[in-house]
Design a protein around this ligand. Structure first.
Ligand SMILES: [Ca+2]
Ligand SMILES: [Ca+2]
Length: 288
C-alpha cells in the first residue's frame, strides 16, 4: 500500500507541472484592452489628427484594424508638429514562465507611404509594471527600428533564460516621428498558470434585453451554472470602465440585473458578467 501511495505521489509530481503550463494569448477580439494590462502614456504628446484624440490620455487602444482585418492594439506616434519620440507602454500582466517559454506576436507599421514607420522595444521586468521600475530595471529583449509596413511581421523571442521567473513583458513605442504601430496575437507559451480568469464571451449567455436601449435603464439576463459572486461591468469600446456593480452572491440559473444608462451618451458599450474564474460579455447600444 505504501508503495502505491509513493507511486501515486511520484506520478502527481511528474504530472502537475506539465499540466499547469499553458499558452496565454491576447488577440483583442472582444474589442477591449485585456484585464490586467498597464498602459503608460509617458510622452504626453498631442495627436496630430483630431480623429486620434482618444490617444491624448491613452498610450495604446484596442482598434479594429483594416490592415489586419482584426482587432489589435494600436499605438500612435504622429503628434502635433511631428513632435517625438513617442513613449507609449503596454505592459502585460505578471506571468510566471515555465521551461522553454516563447513570446510571439504580429506587428506592422501603419504608414502607407513607408516614410513614417514605427519603432518599438520589447522589454521584460521582474519588478513592478510601472514606468520607473521598467526604466531602472527592465531589460530590453528586442528593439525593432523600424517595423515593416507592407506586410505583417511575425516575431518571437525565446524566453527560456527566464524559466521559473515571474515577469512583466512590455511593448514600448519609441518612434521619433511616425504614424502608428499595430500589435496583435501576443502569445506566451509555457506559462505556469495559477489562478486566472478566462474570457469566454458566450459563457453566461449574457444578453441585453430590448437592445438598443432608449430608456434610462437596461436589463441584462445571464445564466449561472452554479451560485457565484457576480460583478457587472460596463465599459466603453476603448476598454475604459464606466460602471462596476457588485451584484453579490447570485443563484444558479437565469438572473436579471439592471443598469442605469441615463448617464451614458449614445453609442455602443461592452457589458460583462464576471465571476472569480469567468468573464462573459455582450454589446449594448444606447440610443437617444
Ligand atoms: Ca486580433
Ligand atoms: Ca503617447
Amino acid at each position: 500500500m505504501k508503495r502505491l501511495v509513493q507511486l501515486a505521489l511520484a506520478l502527481f509530481l511528474f504530472w502537475a507541472p506539465a499540466m499547469a503550463q499553458e499558452t496565454v494569448t491576447y488577440d483583442f477580439e472582444d474589442g477591449l484592452m485585456p484585464e490586467g494590462f498597464t498602459l503608460i502614456n509617458a510622452d504626453m504628446l498631442i495627436p496630430a489628427s483630431e480623429s486620434d484624440s482618444a490617444f491624448i490620455d491613452s498610450a495604446w487602444i484596442v482598434f479594429e484594424s483594416g490592415l489586419f482585418n482584426s482587432w489589435a492594439a494600436l499605438s500612435l506616434s504622429w503628434y502635433v508638429d511631428d513632435a517625438g519620440p513617442a513613449d507609449d507602454w503596454m505592459i502585460l500582466p505578471r506571468l510566471t514562465l515555465g521551461d522553454g517559454a516563447v513570446l510571439s506576436w504580429k506587428a506592422q507599421s501603419t504608414t502607407s507611404s513607408g516614410n513614417f514607420p514605427d519603432s518599438y522595444q520589447v522589454l521584460l521586468n521582474t519588478g513592478a509594471p510601472s514606468y520607473e521600475d521598467f526604466s531602472e530595471n527592465g531589460e530590453i529583449l528586442l528593439t525593432v527600428a523600424p517595423e515593416g509596413y507592407q506586410t505583417a511581421q511575425f516575431r518571437e523571442i525565446d524566453l527560456s533564460a527566464y524559466a521559473g521567473q515571474s515577469v512583466h513583458l512590455a511593448f514600448r513605442n519609441i518612434t521619433p516621428s511616425g504614424d502608428a504601430l499595430l500589435v496583435d496575437d501576443i502569445s506566451i507559451s509555457n506559462v505556469i498558470m495559477t489562478n486566472t480568469r478566462e474570457v469566454d464571451n458566450a459563457y453566461f449567455g449574457l444578453t441585453v434585453l430590448s437592445n438598443p436601449i432608449s430608456q434610462g435603464r437596461a436589463q441584462v439576463a445571464y445564466t449561472l451554472p452554479e451560485a457565484a459572486e457576480v460583478n457587472l461591468m460596463v465599459q466603453d469600446l476603448m476598454g475604459r470602465t464606466l460602471q462596476m456593480l457588485p451584484l453579490g452572491e447570485q443563484f444558479p440559473g437565469r438572473n436579471i440585473a439592471e443598469i442605469s444608462t441615463a448617464q451614458l451618451p449614445a453609442g455602443a458599450y461592452l457589458i460583462s458578467i464576471r465571476t472569480k474564474d469567468k468573464i462573459g460579455t455582450a454589446r449594448m447600444v444606447v440610443r437617444r
